[in-house]
Design a binder for this molecule. Sequence first.
Ligand code: GLN
Length: 247
Amino acid sequence: MRIRVGHLYPDYLNIYADRGNIAVLAARAGARGHVLDVAGVSVGDGVPVGDVDLFYVGGGQDREQALVTGDLAGKAEPLREAVERGAAFLAVCGGYQLLGRFYRDVKGRELPGIGLLPLHTVAGPRRMIGDVLLECEWAGHTLAGFENHAGRTYLDEGAQPLGRVVAGFGNDGESGFEGCRWRRVYATYLHGPLLPRNPWFADHLLSEALAHATGGEPPALEPLADELEAEAHRVSAARARARGGRF
Ligand code: GLN
C-alpha cells in the first residue's frame, strides 16, 4: 500500500530531530512492503483532505510557532474534516500546543491554535527539560522520550491524555499526565525523536494510517526484530527514572 503522509511545516517546526520520526515510519512501512509517500504542507499550501492518511507536525521555538499560526488558522477546518474522516495525526511539542485553542508564549503573546484538541497552553517561568517515561494503559505499553518546553498544557475536563507520567514533567509538571489523544490524533511533548525508541507506537500510527487508506479496520502488522529499538527504550526509560522531572 501507499501510505500518504502530510508533513506540516517541515521548514519551520522541526527541532530535536523530530524529522527522524518520518524516517522511522518510512523504514517500518517498507519492512512490511508498504511505501511512505511524504508531502510537505507548509505556509500557503492547501490541505488535501482525504488524500492524506497520516498528518505529522514537529516542535519549534516560540518564534517559529508565531511564524506559522496565521497560516495554520486557515487550515483548521480542513484538518478537522480530515481527522473526522479518519486520518491519523502525530503532533509533537510546539505542534501539539498549536492543535489546542492557544499557546501563550514566554513573551505573553497569545498564539492562536486550531482548537482541534480540548486544551490550552501557557508558558511558565522555567523550561521543563529532561527524559520522560509514560505508561499508556490504553495500549498496554510505555513511551520513553525527551522533553524541553516552557509551555504548561492544561487538558479540558474529560479529555484523554496520551499517558500517565511515570517519570518526567509531562503536560504541566503537576497533573501527572502527558499528551492528549482524540480519535486518531496523538499529541505529545516527547522528542528525541520519539519513534525510534518506541516501535509499538510507530506501528500503531502506521496501522491507523492504513485503516484510513483502505477504509477498513487498522490491520495487525507483522512484528519486526526491534532488538536495538528495545535497548534504546530501556536506556531512555532508565534515564527518565533516574533523573526525569527535576528542574
Ligand atoms: N516553544 C514551545 C515551548 O517552549 C515548544 C517547544 C518545543 O517544541 N520543544 O513550550
